[in-house]
Design a protein around this ligand. Structure first.
Ligand code: C2E
Ligand code: CA
Ligand code: CA
Ligand code: CA
Length: 279
């Protein structure tokens, strides 16, 4: 605390107190939300740029709050990352994605992979590959039906524990995606050494397409280098027909974004699966 000038110290900062109190409250609410099954996955399609066919879907978590409605992940994931709850949430996400695939299979729907977001904290905690392996086995699903997205910045340290776990995931047969590519400082050769399968170019770059030549040149460079290194390129945040056309011209493999479809609850996704050519 600070001296108040009379030889006493002020330990009590009311704004800090309220901050800590509300953070503790939020953590408590989030634990209850987990226990009450209020964290639910929405799914956003990822489609082939040329055929428009569904390739995969990204699982995006939402907090379905009884009074406040649908709370977006950015309102609770960062907090969960700082207080450790993200490990539990990460396990819940993997378990829910696997259970969903098994349910769709039981309904005789054609399946495509689900990609899940994994936070760096889940890696430092360890054991994600074991949890995933157990969930796949529980539902008798092939590992090819789950993909893992890791942000570029999470891989920056190249910590031994992260490398070992990427290796373990790959050994299971899981495809690895670099999320938010372009926002960190990794080089494509680094990512290739890590044997990443897919580059998801951050939506900040997609939004530049059509607005500036630089945006297009940047994307073009990424696509040609990634292809030379054997990686697939996905553009995220595609919002207009114009962006989609440019991406098609540039040979970007797959696209995801509001122009194609917004993230949707599982029952709406089932409708899209039904339209897939079966077998
Ligand atoms: P992200 O992994 O980069 O996910 C893409 C975000 O962009 C999603 O936001 C998605 O709804 C949004 N988006 C998709 N298409 C468009 C578009 O055309 N335009 C724009 N402006 N946005 C688009 P969302 O669902 O709010 O998720 C935000 C972030 O929260 C995610 O970013 C991811 O980092 C994190 N997150 C979501 N679910 C999970 C999870 O299960 N685990 C972890 N660790 N993080 C998650
Ligand atoms: Ca993602
Ligand atoms: Ca992303
Ligand atoms: Ca992001």
């Amino acid at each position: 605390g600070k001296s108040d000038g009379k030889g006493q110290y002020r330990f009590f900062d009311p704004s800090l107190y309220h901050q800590i109190k509300s953070r503790t409250l939020l953590k408590q609410h989030l634990i209850e939300a987990i226990e009450r099954d209020q964290l639910q996955l929405y799914y956003q399609p990822r489609v082939d740029t040329h055929s428009g066919q569904l390739c995969s879907m990204e699982a995006l978590v939402r907090w379905i709050h009884p009074e406040q409605g649908v709370i977006p992940p950015l309102d609770f994931i960062p907090m969960a990352e700082s207080n450790g709850l993200i490990v539990r949430i990460g396990e819940l996400v993997i378990a829910q994605a696997c259970a969903q695939l098994a349910q769709w299979r039981a309904q005789a729907l054609p399946l495509v992979p689900i990609s899940v977001n994994v936070s760096p904290k889940q890696f430092s905690h360890g054991g994600i590959h074991r949890h995933l392996e157990a969930q796949l086995a529980r539902h008798q699903l092939p590992a090819s039906l789950i993909e893992v997205e890791i942000t570029e910045s999470a891989m920056l340290g190249e910590h031994e524990s992260i490398l070992a776990q990427l290796e373990a995931l790959r050994a299971l047969g899981v495809k690895l995606h670099v999320d938010d590519f372009g926002t960190g400082y990794s080089s494509l050769s680094q990512l290739q050494k890590l044997k990443m399968d897919v580059l998801k170019v951050d939506k900040a770059f997609t939004s530049q397409l059509g607005l500036s030549t630089e945006g297009r040149v940047f994307f073009q460079a990424i696509v040609s280098m990634a292809h030379a290194l054997g990686m697939t390129v996905v553009a995220e945040g595609v919002e207009t027909a114009g962006q989609l056309n440019i991406l098609r011209d540039l040979g970007c493999n797959e696209v995801q974004g509001y122009y194609i479809a917004r993230p949707m609850p599982a029952q709406d996704m089932a409708g899209l699966l039904q339209q897939l050519p079966s077998g």
